[in-house]
Ligand binder design. Structure first.
Ligand code: PMP
Length: 420
């Protein structure tokens, strides 16, 4: 299979060899690396991609969830074009940043005040720094296998490049052990940071009772609850927090909300966020040349108000729920020992028998099976993440979903034979 892949993709291979001369492993974004070499995409339109060797794909990866609007949505392209014609960044506040912040706050009422960053990683870094400052405490609770950005990653197997916080580890969806750990940490606990559905951890939904417990116990401990909704913000018009009816103290956002431009945001309780108010003596500084960059502000505002309306959000997530149910039905009929986990428009295909409840449940999954789905689907013209993540974008319609289900149905008996 690796030979066929190399033979079919000589231009991607040549571009990778060239990149290796100037970047370690030819890479500046580790998630994109895979053996024997990653494909180089050269153009995209709507939900279609074309690679350097002229193959075309339906884009079921959606830029790891940041590509919700599809490629070159005309409304967003127009907004960016206007910002470019207007002089790009002007070294000052602009008209659009407050309007964009208002549009976000309307969807996420828990974000009474918010600030922008360049990435989800930065949003989380700042949220943690703020939680420690606001509580005067030092410990940060995280969950095993969680991913909150390039400097906040907690896998069992990789070597993390983490910020040196004083972490307390617990296990996702384990209610009693986590409650106990929060109580034991007591007045040392600054905050708990959690995704209401683990995204990079494998699209593992948080049990609502677990998440409610976090809300109650952090409140009782005088600590802050930080919801990382960088990925899950797309799962309803107001993110998973609105579905769950949980009001976190702080929320972090990223990905598609910037309209496909570099983006992050963090916000929450006004009394906590006010520590960043520069008109107050002793406030926390938060700098960043591109925090309010004109392209992100314009693209994000256009997308959130003009495209990802509440009705569009519901429709996209219903489409995802249906697709996941259909693929799971095909897999179970074929006896493939494969499940697709997730909520709405975010899903992950796993070579395991039952839905994971925490990342440790995926430890025994056979990486070769994941590779097989990936390369088989590529051959059929579908682009997903090597690790099995899929994120629907708005241009994906019934025809694309039907075609994917058809390809999976055709492949499932062979996967069942190889996986068993
Ligand atoms: N938090 C979560 C839950 C994420 O999935 C990601 C990105 N995959 C981040 C934070 C970091 O965002 P960024 O890549 O924009 O730094």
């Amino acid at each position: 299979a690796a030979n066929a892949y190399s033979a079919a993709n000589p231009e991607s291979q040549a571009l990778h060899e060239r990149a290796r001369q100037v970047m370690p492993g030819g890479n500046t974004r580790t998630v994109l690396y895979y053996d024997p070499f990653p494909l180089v995409m050269v153009s995209g339109s709507g939900c279609r991609l074309e690679d350097a060797d002229g193959h075309t794909y339906v884009d079921f990866l959606g830029e790891f969830t940041a590509g919700l609007y599809g490629h070159s949505d005309p409304l967003i392209a127009e907004a960016i074009g206007k910002a470019v014609a207007n002089g790009i960044n002007l070294g000052s506040h602009g008209r659009q940043e407050a309007a964009f912040a208002e549009a976000i706050k309307e969807r996420y009422p828990s974000m009474e005040l918010l600030r922008f960053t360049n990435s989800g990683t930065e949003a989380n870094m700042l949220a943690l720094a703020l939680a420690k400052h606001a509580t005067g405490r030092g410990k940060v609770m995280v969950f095993e296998g969680a991913y909150h950005g390039g400097t906040l990653t907690f896998p069992a197997s990789e070597v993390p490049v983490n910020l040196p916080h004083d972490y307390v580890f617990s296990r996702f969806n384990e209610i009693e052990a986590t409650r106990e750990a929060i109580r034991d940490t007591g007045t040392d606990l600054a905050c708990v940071i959690v995704e209401p559905m683990m995204g990079a951890g494998g699209c593992i939904p948080g049990d609502p009772a677990f998440l409610r417990m976090l809300s109650e116990e952090t409140k009782a401990a005088g600590a802050l609850l930080v919801f990382d909704e960088v990925m899950t913000s797309r799962l309803s018009p107001g993110g998973l927090q609105s579905e769950l009816e949980i009001r976190p103290d702080l929320t972090t956002l990223g990905k598609y909300i910037g309209g496909g431009m570099s983006f992050g945001a963090f916000g929450g309780r006004a009394d906590v966020m006010s520590h960043f108010d520069p008109s107050k003596a002793g406030s926390l500084p938060h700098a960043g040349t591109f925090n309010n960059n004109a392209l992100t502000m314009a693209a994000g505002l256009a997308g959130l108000t003009g495209r990802f309306t509440p009705a569009a959000a519901r429709e996209l997530n219903e489409r995802g729920d249906l697709l996941r149910r259909r693929i799971n039905a095909v897999m179970s009929e074929a006896g493939a020992g494969i499940v697709v986990s997730g909520i709405g428009s975010l899903m992950n295909i796993h070579p395991v028998e039952t839905e994971p409840r925490q990342p440790a449940d995926l430890a025994a999954a056979d990486q070769r099976m994941r590779d097989l789905f990936f390369f088989d689907l590529l051959e059929d013209g579908f682009y997903i993440a090597r690790r099995g993540l899929m994120a629907l974008s708005l241009p994906i319609g019934d025809a694309e979903c039907d075609a994917l289900v058809e390809a999976v149905s055709r492949r499932a008996p062979r996967w069942a034979a190889l996986g068993g």
